[in-house]
Design a protein around this ligand. Structure first.
Ligand code: HAM
Length: 423
């Protein structure tokens, strides 16, 4: 036998038994986004590398270590590690935001060369939202309220909690950065080489270190919230008041800075303790400078993205009552001269009249016993049986595969009404 070829590490197949749950999760996401009036956009998976370097930041982990980058003749291209940069690029390119508000969403694969583990993959899927042209905190609150509604729909609301912070204006952050560096320089003995490097390149990222000794010291570090400019402070207070007024609980986490450089003011993450180390199911925030930084007319922006693998895992872990229905509702079996054609015609008739049902035609021959075994395995509720005598009499036998109801013979023109009465 020829040697088999395996999938790339950290890049998963979605099996036929997993896809119904994925489809259900995706449907809940779409329904919630549609119910807020957001519009879907689709961007390419590949973009030019400088887009990500400029938007996400050269010294972030994503850009400095995790991008899949390659040369296409003399152009350097990258598999998108996230959706915000591409969405902003598209919005500028097509004039979606000029003098206009936009509330957009997207769903699709993203790529990061990280070390794979449960909940962390090299190809993963995000559903993301980006809102352009609205500066006030009502929209930050709407995004959070929208995600809270989704968690309810997915049955995971008791297992996620909201972390909130404001990282202020660029200037406030620069002031804070100096204070933090001055503080951390006294504790270099506790730092790994990587952390020492971060101290120079991206000191705010030290705030979410996993190094426990350093974590303890950080409790006494200067707090970003104390360095906020007045406008950011006011924006944050209004956001908190809005969330309070609709009863959404949150924890203000002064160490939450997020791993991408484009943020200002609001940042947030929804986290769970049910998935081990990869507990962030959704993250986002405001990025008021990004559109201008990428060459557009200045326009505020705010958004978030959720990791669909993590949501699917969490739903599997905590929601035992997902209403997943079998892909097949009706299974047609047939045997004998000319019955295949009759079965094909009946199946097509059912699909035209009742497109919401899954109607499967046996197709692969064999006696009735074998065919019924397949019908049972398919999970269908009804089997429709056409033998030679049924065909000659323009009839069909209806059998309830889940038991409970006697089988019966129906005239073929009554079949659609009968099926309809059963679902
Ligand atoms: P992010 O925090 O890098 O933000 O990713 C958002 C979510 O994607 C994470 O919370 C996580 O659920 C999921 N995720 C990230 N990396 C992986 C991975 N390797 N494997 C599985 N899931 C992963 C962003 O991407 C921003 N673009 C979000 C945003 C939109 N901010 C404003 N607008």
């Amino acid at each position: 036998m020829a040697k088999t070829i395996q999938a790339i590490r950290g890049m998963n197949d979605c099996s036929p038994t997993e896809s119904p749950l994925w489809q259900w999760v995706e449907t809940q996401v779409r329904e919630v986004l549609n119910s807020y009036g957001y519009l879907e956009v689709r961007m390419p998976i590949v973009e030019s590398t400088p887009l990500f370097a400029r938007a996400i930041g050269e010294v972030t982990d994503v850009v400095s270590k995790e991008m899949y980058t390659f040369w296409d003749n003399d152009e350097q291209l990258t598999l998108r590690p996230e959706g915000t940069a591409g969405c902003v690029r598209a919005a500028i390119e097509h004039g979606w935001i000029y003098n206009n508000e936009q509330r957009l969403w997207y769903m699709g694969p993203m790529f990061r060369h990280e070390r794979p583990q449960k909940g962390r993959y090299r190809q993963f899927h995000q559903a993301g939202v980006e809102v352009f042209g609205i500066a006030n905190p009502e929209i930050d609150a709407e995004l959070i309220i929208l995600t809270a509604r989704l968690w309810k729909k997915l049955g995971i609301d008791q297992h996620v909690s909201l972390q909130l912070n404001s990282i202020g204006s660029l200037e406030a952050r620069a002031n804070y950065r100096s204070a933090l560096v001055a503080f951390l320089e006294q504790h270099q003995a506790l730092m790994s080489e990587e952390e020492k490097e971060r101290l120079i390149k991206n000191p705010l990222r030290i705030l979410d270190t996993k190094n426990q000794a350093l974590q303890q010291v950080l409790d006494d570090a200067p707090k970003l919230l104390d360095y906020l400019d007045d406008e950011s402070r006011e924006h944050f207070a209004q956001l908190c008041a809005l969330l309070d007024s609709v009863g959404i609980a949150y924890e203000i986490n002064p160490k939450l800075v997020r791993g991408l450089d484009y943020y200002n003011k609001t940042v947030f993450e929804w986290v769970t303790s049910a998935l081990g180390a990869q507990g962030t199911v959704c993250g986002g925030g405001r990025y008021d400078g990004l559109v201008e930084q990428l060459g557009g007319h200045a326009a505020p922006g705010v958004g978030f993205a959720m990791g669909l693998e993590r949501l699917v895992l969490l739903v599997q872990e905590v929601n035992a009552s997902i209403p997943l229905k079998s892909a097949v509702d009706i299974y047609l079996v047939y045997q004998g001269e000319g019955t295949a054609l009759a079965a094909f015609q009946l199946a097509e008739k059912i699909r035209s009249a009742l497109p919401q049902l899954g109607t499967m035609l046996h197709c692969s021959g064999g006696n009735f016993k074998k065919q019924f075994r397949r019908a049972d395995k398919s999970g269908a509720t009804l089997a429709l049986v056409i033998g030679e005598s049924e065909m000659l009499n323009n009839q069909v036998v209806v059998k309830h595969l889940q038991g409970g109801v006697e089988q019966q013979t129906l005239d073929i023109e009554k079949v659609i009404d009968y099926i309809q009465s059963q679902f």
